[in-house]
Design a binder for this molecule. Structure first.
Ligand code: GLA
Length: 379
């Protein structure tokens, strides 16, 4: 990827910039809890976005996406927003830095990545974090702290991309640490690194390669349901809700809102249970919670789809310890915790059965927990 980017940059801009990278993320447990003030438990993965960037002394940004073979040029004022959706991520990051009083001037950039798009692995957060970190280094002497870098990415989604997301993806992409998961309390923003080396098990993502259209608007609708219930309960977020509280207002809210909130209340407890179980080496509990999350995401939160439910069923049949849909939903991947000795059979069976039903195999990505956004070591 480095050579490809260097070459394209030299051809297009006739000079050499600095390389930066930022990863996608996976999440062991804690889905749709971030915007409810709950806990999440993600890690950065080895798939990343890489950009070569050089200030150009003008007030224009000129950027080329190798993967999309598309070029955008834009100014840095609010009215200069580019048309292309991919370029809006970069424009948004620039604008959010400027809004916070930071400095951004014109630059040239070429980027590429190997985070699969639309697979629920946060390719967009990787792109945002890559540029946020780079512009912090190039123009701000690294004076913007890492939490703010994550928030810059999140605000980009809110204000320029129409997704009212939580903080998990950008947080994981910025703070990722090799061989560690991070338990983040999305209310206090306190977090802890947990060493992650599941003994006797492998963690693997199966990508259904299904992308359901309009994933952004159902996502925002889920968030609105949660906010309505919190408001009805007179609390800031569902972090402070219990099932007793929810049951007490059951007849005042829609059935849909009830089940959305029920999932969130159950999920936030599961994150803590999984962290404890992981420390104790109790993988059966970790796995059981993963299956419970899948069920909740499928039946109560309704963000699964037939293909992901099928992958989950296959995992159960193959004796996989834990399996669940991962990320925002509406397509993408399942994350699976599998005993070493069952791994080969699981992968073979999943590929075969899925292909028989849907005409293509799922893609297989072993999880390799990696470092977060950084200047590329090997310039
Ligand atoms: C998407 C969002 C995150 C989070 C997850 C679901 O990835 O960007 O903020 O809400 O969905 O856990």
């Amino acid at each position: 990827m480095k050579e490809k980017i260097n070459k394209a940059f030299a051809e297009r801009f006739n000079s050499k910039g600095t390389l930066y990278v930022a990863p996608g993320r996976f999440n062991l447990i804690g889905e749709h809890t971030d915007y409810n003030g709950g806990f999440v438990f993600p890690g950065a993965i080895d798939k990343l976005m890489m950009a070569e960037i050089l200030p150009n002394g003008t007030d224009k940004v000129r950027v080329y996406s190798i993967d999309l073979n598309d070029y955008a040029e834009f100014g840095l004022n609010e009215a200069d927003a580019p048309e292309q959706s991919w370029a809006r991520y970069i424009f948004g990051v620039c604008r959010e830095i400027l809004k916070r009083g930071g400095k951004v001037e014109g630059f040239d950039a070429v980027f590429a990545g190997n985070v699969p798009l639309g697979a629920g692995l946060s390719s967009s957060a990787a792109l945002e974090s890559c540029f946020a970190n780079a512009l912090n280094d190039l123009f701000n002497n690294n004076s913007i702290d890492k939490f703010e870098l994550a928030r810059i990415g999140q605000s980009t989604e809110h204000n320029y991309c129409g997704v009212n997301c939580g903080i998990m993806d950008q947080f994981a992409s910025v703070f990722g640490k090799k061989d560690h998961l991070m338990r983040l309390d999305c209310r206090s923003m306190e977090f802890e690194y947990f060493p992650f080396k599941p003994v006797g098990h492998k963690l693997v993502l199966l990508d259904s390669v299904v992308k359901h259209e309009l994933a952004d608007s159902p996502y925002n609708k889920r968030r609105q349901s949660c906010e309505r219930v919190a408001k009805r309960l007179g609390i800031e977020t569902l972090r402070d809700a219990t099932m007793e509280m929810l049951d007490a207002i059951k007849t005042d809210i829609t059935a849909e809102d009830y089940f959305r909130a029920k999932f969130v209340i159950e999920e936030k407890d599961r994150v803590l249970a999984v962290c404890d179980a992981l420390v104790a080496g109790d993988y059966d509990t970790v796995g059981r919670c993963m299956y419970e999350t899948h069920k909740g995401l499928s039946k109560d939160y309704e963000v699964s789809c037939e293909e992901l439910d099928y992958l989950n069923d296959i995992a159960k049949e193959c004796g996989v310890t834990g399996s669940r849909i991962m990320g925002g939903g509406f397509g993408g991947c399942t994350v699976n915790l599998v005993k070493d000795e069952l791994y080969d059979n699981f992968i073979t069976t999943a590929k075969k059965k899925f292909k028989e039903r849907y005409g293509h195999e799922p893609k297989v990505y072993p999880v390799i927990v990696s470092d977060g956004a950084r200047k590329f070591e090997n310039q």
